[in-house]
Structure formats: C-alpha cells, structure tokens
Design a protein around this ligand. Sequence first.
Ligand code: ZN
Length: 270
Amino acid sequence: MRSIDGVVLKLYHYIKYNMTGGNYFMHEEKEITRLKNFAEDSENIIFFGGAGVSTESGIPDFRSADGLYNQKYKYPPEVMLSRTFFIDNPKEFYDFHRDKIINTQAKPNRAHLALAELESIGKLKAVITQNIDGLHQEAGSVNVLELHGSVYRNYCMKCKKPYGIDIIIKTADNIPVCGCGGIIRPDVVLYKEPLDKNIVSQAVKYISDADMLIIGGTSLSVYPAARLIRYYDGDKLVLINKSVTQFDKHADLLLRGSIGDILGEIIIAI
Ligand code: ZN
C-alpha cells in the first residue's frame, strides 16, 4: 500500500504543480514529515510572516512581480505610504489607502487558519506579522504582534481618540476628521516612521524563547525581519517561501511553495 500511496501523492503534486502554473513546488514526502515531526516535538512555536502570507488571500505584495510596485500610479507606493506624503497630501494618501490598502473583503487562507489552530491547541505562542490586514485575528489567532500596525485601528493625531475602520471607509473622497478637528490617521507604520519599540521587544523575547520558528511569506529583506530572526537560538528554523532568500542557508528545513498548502499539512498531522 505504501508505494501506491506514494504514487498517488506524486500524481497529486504533479497535477497541482501544473494547475498552479508551476508555482507549487513538489515537496518530497520526507520534508513534510520533518515539518510535522518538528511541530509535534515543539511546545513553543513562533510564526514570523510577511506579505506572502496574505497574497493567497488576494492581497497584493508591495514588492512582488505582480504587486503594487508594478502598477501604474502617479507616485510609487513607498512615496504614497510615507509620513511626509501623508502630512502633505492627506487626500491623495486616503484615496490610495482606501483603494489599494484597505481590503475588507479578503478572507483568511489556510495559512492563517492553520496558525490559529496551532495556537488553540497550545503549541503556537505568537504570530509576529509585517501585515496590516487583520487576517490572522479574523482566522482566530489571539496573540498577534503587528510590527507595522493595522488598518483596523485609527486615531486622531490631535487628541489621540481611537477610531475603527468604518470612519475611514465612510468618509470616502474626504479626509477623516475627529470631533476635535484633528485629522484621523491609520495606526500603521508609514515609511520613515519608527516601529513601536514595545512590540519589537516583545517579538525579540518570543523569538529568543521559541523552540521552533517558522518564517513564511517574507523575503526577509525588509527591516526589521532580518535583524529579528537572528535572536532565534533553537534547531528548528523552518523557512517557507516561494523564492530564494539570503537566509536559506540558515534554515534547518527549507520549503518552497504555497504557505497555505504547507502549513495546512501540519494541521492534518496534529
Ligand atoms: Zn481628536
């Protein structure tokens, strides 16, 4: 039976590989088995993720080939999403923010759901994300460290009153303004703004203490990802990405392909 299972599995991967235009990497069974074994042997898993986690929910990656950087705008996204642009051109900032950054229709994918499941059974202690779309929480994750903030939190720049996302959407074509007259801004880290030190230090603590660190959907080229993962001191560093990263050589287990498919495999096993 074993060999028949193997043939069926390979056929499944072959069909899937072709149906996805070659994006799906044909994993060796032993890699998936190692991933499952790592997860089974771990009680303190930390996940560190980037834009690639959300692309499978239809949210574009700024930096990928089909991402926002290759779309046609008057200014490039890294300009429109900078602090100086927001201060000088809040109207244009909000047009872009509503049109391209906020996506309340997106739904969590298998990666988000698998991570929420790992947390609910007590294995995963935190998700550290560079994404601002709130999809981990929507999937059921509780302990989410949002390094770059969230589009679902907004606040008045003058009196600091907190707002949800509704006021941003409702004031379409206008700049959202607080009752005190101050401009409301998203609680996201814009270009040229520092990260929240408290969140960074929490992330460092979680990564330092982790027995398994799964990194997914990030090229690790963006600050502070590259610096943060250096705090990991274990022997189960798993890297899941569609393309090559400069940290591949440090991984104890390297998996290429769909993060939703791969993390989905862990849940089936546990
Ligand atoms: Zn105010």
